[in-house]
Design a binder for this molecule. Structure first.
Ligand code: GAR
Length: 209
């Protein structure tokens, strides 16, 4: 099974959704490490109770690149191949993003490209949107900007507040994230994906005389 490192900063309900989905017999990934930049994140206690390895290190006072180098070492030591950001509220360094390019995903509570950044539900309500939702995307250097791998629409109800809308979007997040992560992991191990890789490598070789 593909080994996944999950980065959290708080509650960790998406981490829990990924974890419990991974316990289904046909799931192609397993959670190898849960890491948090907040040592008090409630999600850490949940991961520990579930006997998942955890790594917690507060980032205050540390240079971003130094912090990310330590985090990277932990992920590598845990044999991680994919990184899933799940409510991870800290910007990652360019080196880290480049290192995990194509193998790092994020879940965002809006229908991207709408409402990148924070307060997505308040902004959707403010704009009078009738449909909100969530997106899973590959992480690139621009915040919340990478290729979208999957989305779920969630209707806005009359009288919704940011909190009531967030609660329904969260249910959709918990369904979407494990499925998209499983798709990504499977894509890389499918025979035709491997063939594509062989072709790509062959094309990169200098032409034979
Ligand atoms: C989730 O709604 C996630 O989409 C959002 O934070 C929440 C984390 O909840 N992420 C972002 O806003 C990223 N910019 P969780 O800790 O229970 O998974």
């Amino acid at each position: 099974k593909a080994r996944v490192g999950v980065l959290i900063s708080g509650r960790g309900s998406n981490m829990a959704a990924l974890l419990y989905a991974s316990r289904q017999p046909d799931c192609p990934y397993e959670i190898a490490l849960v890491a948090s930049n907040d040592p008090d994140a409630p999600g850490l206690a949940l991961a520990q109770a579930e006997r998942i390895s955890t790594f917690a290190l507060g980032h205050k006072g540390m240079k971003r690149a130094d912090y990310d180098a330590i985090l990277n070492r932990e992920l590598e030591a845990a044999g991680v191949r994919y990184v899933a950001l799940a409510g991870h509220m800290r910007i990652l360094s360019a080196e880290f993003v480049e290192k995990w390019a194509g193998r790092m995903v994020n879940i965002h509570p809006s229908l991207l490209p709408k409402y990148k950044g924070l307060d997505t539900h308040a902004r959707a309500l403010e704009a009078g949107d009738r449909v909100a939702g969530c997106s899973v995307h590959l992480v690139t250097l621009e915040l919340d900007d990478g290729p979208v791998l999957g989305q779920t629409e969630v209707a806005v109800l009359d009288g919704d507040t940011p909190a009531t809308l967030a609660a329904r979007v969260l249910i959709a997040e918990h369904q979407l994230y494990p499925r998209i992560l499983a798709d990504l992991v499977t894509r890389e191990t499918r025979p035709d994906a491997l063939l594509d890789k062989v072709r790509e490598l062959a094309l990169a070789l200098p032409a034979a005389e």
